[in-house]
Design a protein around this ligand. Structure first.
Ligand code: SF4
Length: 350
């Protein structure tokens, strides 16, 4: 029925990816020591770090709270990542796949709410990518910007989706430690995943990536290396999730990632990446500290548009209820963080 795909990019992109990873590992020791101290900052030192990140965001004119409608349309996956509950080894998980007409209906609903950012998310589903073209075109015609986070796919599929109107693509590396990566992921290699990011950028996509803070086997120095990697890659979006053990994954028995280290990572991204319009989400893995994510330099939150009857079936970590579903929650975060929401959201229904 399906294979664990090894999707390749042209050789030049693989070479460039290897060079990028090598260069980031060879960064100056002084910078590594500075990042290490900042990741471990607590108390007053941590507050100063967060304030510096907010200042930079403000100076860049980045004072809006961006809202994306996050729609998880399929939990089928051909991979077996060790941290994920949707691994194909999980035979207990009930699988779902929304139809294009259902996706279009949800796009209509979120467009009516004034949301212009559509975030289409899925496992590494093996169904042919052609089926996504119509929903992407539909969203584009409504004036929405579409981001895809649907795994490592073929170069032909990337091109089709770009031509259909998708403008952003997210491929998280999760870690730039080869050892931790190889334990956590299947069906790819670290350099190959990075080569896909470079290839996507060459097609005109704005690219996003991300890491998991607290991934089993990861050290603070690995997180430092991740930061140095992003500083060299200069993606348009970066996320840092906190590791939460999913009970149906291989990493079920491992401890949660540290919240403060995760927040400090957010601040360091904001301070060190030279992109005024850098998007950093404050995600649900921060739990009740999503506001802190914004106070540490993030500028993006998700409105969860996945239908309630399937939302609990989409879970890479152990979250089964979303912290934030309502516009009223987003408005509250805007008020408390000082980040401004577009006028339309202020008027829209809860
Ligand atoms: S992390 Fe993504 S690719 Fe890996 S098993 Fe989960 S859904 Fe599949």
């Amino acid at each position: 029925m399906f294979m664990t795909a090894v999707t390749r990019t042209p050789r030049a992109f693989e070479d460039a990816a290897r060079n990028l990873l090598d260069s980031s590992r060879g960064a100056a020791q002084a910078l590594k020591a500075e990042f290490r101290d900042s990741l471990l900052a607590r108390g007053h030192q941590q507050q100063q770090l967060a304030a510096q990140a907010r200042d930079i965001r403000q100076k860049n004119g980045n004072n809006q709270l961006l809202v994306r409608a996050s729609l998880e349309f399929s939990n089928y996956c051909r991979q077996q990542c060790s941290f994920c509950g949707m691994t194909r080894r999980n035979s207990e998980l009930q699988r779902f796949r929304l139809k294009p007409a259902e996706i279009r209906q949800i796009i209509d609903q979120v467009a009516d709410m004034g949301i212009t950012q559509l975030h289409l998310v899925a496992g590494e589903d093996w169904q042919p990518g052609k089926f996504l073209e119509k929903p992407i075109q539909y969203a584009t015609d409504l004036g929405m910007e579409t981001t895809l986070a649907i795994g490592q796919r073929s170069s032909g599929e990337y091109r089709r989706w770009r031509e259909a109107g998708a403008s952003r693509y997210i491929l998280k590396v999760e870690t730039t430690s080869e050892e931790a990566f190889n334990r956590a992921r299947t069906g790819t290699k670290l350099f190959r995943r990075v080569s896909h990011l470079l290839y996507l950028r060459s097609l005109g996509f704005k690219i996003g990536s991300g890491v998991i803070c607290g991934l089993p086997g990861q050290s603070v120095d690995d997180l430092v290396a991740d930061l140095l990697f992003f500083k060299m890659l200069q993606p348009d979006m970066v996320s840092v999730s906190r590791f939460l053990p999913n009970g149906q994954s291989r990493y079920a028995a491992n401890p949660e990632g540290d919240q403060d280290t995760t927040l400090n990572f957010v601040s360091l991204l904001r301070i060190n990446l030279d992109r005024p319009d850098l998007r950093i989400p404050s995600g649900t893995t921060l739990g009740h500290r999503q506001l802190d994510g914004l106070l540490h330099g993030a500028n993006l939150v998700s409105f969860h548009a996945t239908p309630a009857q399937v939302a609990s079936l989409y879970s890479a970590d152990m979250i089964h209820t979303r912290e934030m579903k309502m516009m009223s929650d987003i408005r509250r975060l805007s008020e408390k963080s000082g980040l401004i929401l577009p006028e339309m959201f202020l008027r829209s229904r809860p």
